[in-house]
Ligand binder design. Structure first.
Ligand code: UDP
Length: 487
């Protein structure tokens, strides 16, 4: 299914294919809009499942209608409608896409459907964990840039997995998660077993996640370059390790703030939504009535789940902290068939506000928000960094375990609560972040926010790397078209 039609003149034409998840679709749509602003035609390919959710809950179609070179295209992931496509079954999605989406993508690229008015696709930008897209690009002779929308610190660990195995640090048995890990460059001083991606907590190497990330990661080196949603000042030392595998690195983040700056420069910034769920904006007026930096925002992203008992620990800890809180409780946050207990809804009225999904970027930018209790997803982390909001981290899986270690130990932007879920600890940490150590955390958060903005300003690292990426896309397009003419 295709949304939007196009009559733009032929210029570079990029096909973007993100991983079908909220965080990746969100950040890749930001990149798509940045490219559109730079007069590059973009075909944004999503799975049918993501497509229908975007149409239902976001303003993507109306927002992009001002870019005639943009097309939103969907293809099947091969899974039945009712498949959850997340949680513990995300591996099934990878497998199905490899089998079913790969031929569809190839057909899309070779059929000529996408060319009308915009010329042929001259390069592809796809998530580097979907190496089948690299195969398609190689088969049809189109250049490909890989992108990874998680942190460089987690990516650096993925690249180091063979080294960890060789050094005997993986797999490990036994319960001592505080054992130091020494084989990841630039992390020797603070990394522990418990900070490794969650799939490393296994006494075998045969698990599907570890295999996926060990093998697919090495494929990134086949691409023209690797695009990362990060900035040099925050992850400089670990980026050096990644450059050893992928020398042509484009660090162009934080993407959401980068887009905001580009739009502001054209005086056309309006708050945008790439939400796959319906946003409840009533929380914005609730925030308007709260004191400056008095509210802790609580959200565990789009995938994480918890038990009803864990939810009660968070709730009691939040209430006992006596701080105001805004809490995103997705309908599917409680694992199994748990419902939000009545006492949580009732007891929250005095001090808190609950929504099913929030306009998060706006919430974090609101003057009443002074802290973020987060699952440490990379998009959430960057959104908090940009707004100078300190964090309490309760990582759920994958890259979140290492992100939370960097937040607390390296960047000093907050506290890491990983592997505990106890009302007393929640209460203590909320009080520490919002009251006792408030000035200390706000100072370092403010410093990091300034570094982020510096990287996006003219001459900054992310600004310059984006210019270089755009230039490279344009050069590739000329070469591609010349080569096609001579065939
Ligand atoms: N998000 C949102 N509203 C919410 C919760 C999350 O808009 O109520 C957005 C958030 O701004 C972020 C994305 O969902 O861009 C979550 O991505 P992240 O990488 O943080 O975590 P994931 O959902 O992939 O675990």
């Amino acid at each position: 299914m295709q949304t939007n039609s196009s009559s733009a003149p032929a210029s570079p034409h990029v096909l973007i294919f993100p991983l079908p998840l909220q965080g990746t679709v969100n950040s890749m749509l930001k990149l798509a809009e940045i490219l559109c602003i730079s007069d590059i035609n973009v075909t944004f390919v999503v799975t049918d499942h993501i497509h229908s959710r975007l149409l239902r809950n976001s303003n993507v179609v109306s927002r992009f209608s001002k870019y005639p070179g943009f097309v939103l295209q969907s293809i099947s992931d091969g899974l039945p409608k009712e498949h959850p496509r997340g949680g513990s079954r995300y591996i099934e999605m990878f497998e199905s896409m490899k089998l079913n989406s790969k031929p569809l993508l190839k057909e899309l690229l070779t059929s000529g459907w996408l060319d009308r008015g915009r010329g042929p696709v001259t390069c592809i930008i796809a998530d580097g964990v979907m190496s089948f897209v690299c195969d398609v690009a190689n088969d049809i002779g189109v250049n490909i840039f890989c992108t990874r929308t998680l942190s460089a610190c987690s990516l650096s660990i993925f690249f180091s997995l063979p080294k960890l195995i060789e050094a005997g640090e993986l797999p490990f048995t036994g319960g001592d998660l505080d054992t130091p890990i020494k084989s990841v460059p630039a992390m020797e001083k603070f990394l522990r077993r418990r900070d490794l991606p969650s799939f490393c907590r296994s006494d075998t190497l045969s698990g599907p996640s570890i295999q996926l990330f060990k093998n697919e990661n090495q494929e990134n080196a086949r691409a023209q370059g690797l695009i990362l949603n990060t900035f040099e000042d925050i992850e400089g030392p670990v980026l050096e390790n990644i450059r050893a595998f992928c020398p042509n690195l484009y660090t162009i983040g934080p993407l959401h703030a980068h887009l905001k700056m580009k739009l502001a420069a054209k005086s056309c910034y309006t708050a945008s939504s790439n939400s796959l769920r319906k946003e409840d904006r009533s929380c914005m007026s609730w925030l308007d009535s709260q004191a400056c930096k008095s509210v802790i925002y609580v959200s565990f992203g789009s995938i994480a789940t918890m038990t009803k008992d864990q939810l009660m620990e968070f709730w009691c800890g939040l209430v006992n902290s006596e701080c105001k809180f805004l809490w995103v409780i997705r309908p599917d946050l409680i694992a199994g068939d748990g419902e939000i207990p009545e006492e949580v809804l009732e007891g929250t009225k005095e001090r808190g506000y609950i929504v099913g999904w929030a306009p998060q970027e706006e919430v974090l930018g609101h003057q009443s928000v002074g802290g973020f209790l987060t699952h440490s997803g990379w998009n959430s982390t960057l959104e908090s960094v940009v707004e100078g909001v300190p964090m309490i981290c309760w990582p759920y899986f994958m890259d979140q375990q290492v992100n939370s270690r960097f937040v607390s130990e390296v960047w000093k932007l907050g506290l890491d609560m990983k592997d505990t879920c106890d009302r007393v600890i929640v209460e203590r940490m909320v009080k520490d972040l919002m009251v006792k150590r408030k000035d200390e955390f706000l100072k370092s958060a403010d410093r990091m926010a300034n570094l982020a903005m510096k990287s996006l300003s003219e001459g900054g690292s992310s600004y310059s790397n984006l210019e270089r990426l755009i230039q490279d896309i344009k050069t590739i397009s000329v070469v591609h078209k010349e080569a096609k003419k001579q065939q």
